[in-house]
Design a protein around this ligand. Structure first.
Ligand code: NAP
Length: 271
């Protein structure tokens, strides 16, 4: 039996186990997906232990995505983002397992699967934390012009300095309106909208030519997405990014095409 899992703390509400196990069921894999909650100081021991136990692959979530970088050989994208969310133990002879960032690939694929053109698109990413970093690198690598707006302006500038061609902005600044007026795509990578019915972007700054993707997936229909739909913008909810980061991880670990519909069904039935 193959064992996959998730390292995080807390991981109690994770949707990854049912999403991945739906894929194993569909393809007839003898596999399980287990959640692990090590103490923050035990991350190195947890990754070493997983390798020793023959675990096939791990996802990594808060608070370990950045710290895990030290204990894996990251691919180029994960190294530039500075965080990993997927570890592959397939090469048992390697000194360290391989680390990937499928949040980045997942965000890109979520947009592409919705037939959004990224090449030469003007994209505004709101938020410059972990999700904002992954999304900004992914979309820039795919050929978008990325503008990053963040509540803490200095973090937006720091991220923009790392992402080729990107610009950094204050979320509260008037320039957000003019950036959005010219934009093709808006991505919310802040946590605003998760706890309360708030939005990081005033409804008046949205327009019908935008595609608006939210990284927040609880609730699925955030105020930002409602506001966007009301002005005729196309919307992509946060479950798509969550789905495709899982799909990308599954495909890295197994080398097989993921059964996307079954994984999506397992995810959405729980949201
Ligand atoms: P993070 O590293 O803690 O970053 C949080 C971001 O939100 C920062 O940019 C922060 O700005 C901003 N923010 C927080 N409260 C704000 C407020 N009241 N007003 C304006 N900005 C605010 O978190 P993260 O890991 O990037 O996650 C961000 C969101 O993305 C979460 O809701 C998470 O669940 C979601 N997410 C979804 C997926 C998916 O697959 N769908 C994957 C990863 C994350 P400051 O820098 O000013 O603090």
């Amino acid at each position: 039996m193959d064992v996959f899992g998730l390292l995080g703390n807390p991981v109690g509400h994770s949707l990854s186990p049912p999403m991945h196990e739906a894929a194993y069921d569909e393809l007839g894999f003898d596999a399980r997906y287990v959640t692990f909650e090590p103490e923050p100081g035990d991350l190195a021991a947890a990754i070493d232990g997983a390798a020793a136990l023959g675990i096939t692959g791990l996802n990594v979530t808060i608070p370990f995505k950045q710290d895990a970088l030290e204990f894996v050989e990251p691919d180029d994208l994960a190294a530039r983002i500075g965080a990993v969310n997927t570890i592959d133990f397939a090469d048992a002879s390697a000194e360290q397992p391989t680390g990937y960032n499928t949040d980045a690939a997942g965000a890109l694929r979520a947009l592409r699967e919705h037939e959004v053109t990224i090449e030469n698109a003007a994209v505004v990413v709101v938020g410059a934390g972990g999700a904002g970093r992954a999304i900004s690198f992914a979309l820039s690598d795919a050929g978008a012009d990325v503008a990053i707006a963040n509540r803490t302006e200095s973090t937006a500038h720091d991220l923009a300095a790392d992402v080729p061609g990107a610009t950094g902005h204050d979320l509260a600044d008037d320039t957000l309106d003019s950036l959005l007026a010219q934009a093709d795509v808006l991505v919310n990578a802040t946590s605003v909208g998760m706890e309360d019915d708030a939005t990081p972007v005033p409804a008046g700054a949205l327009h019908g030519e935008l595609v608006v993707m939210d990284a927040v997936y609880r609730p699925l229909e955030t105020r930002l997405l409602r506001d966007a739909a009301a002005v005729g913008a196309r919307t992509v909810d946060g479950a798509w990014m969550l789905l495709y980061q899982g799909v990308e991880a599954f495909e890295l670990w197994t080398g097989r095409d993921a059964p996307v519909d079954e994984m999506n069904g397992a995810l959405r039935s729980r949201l």
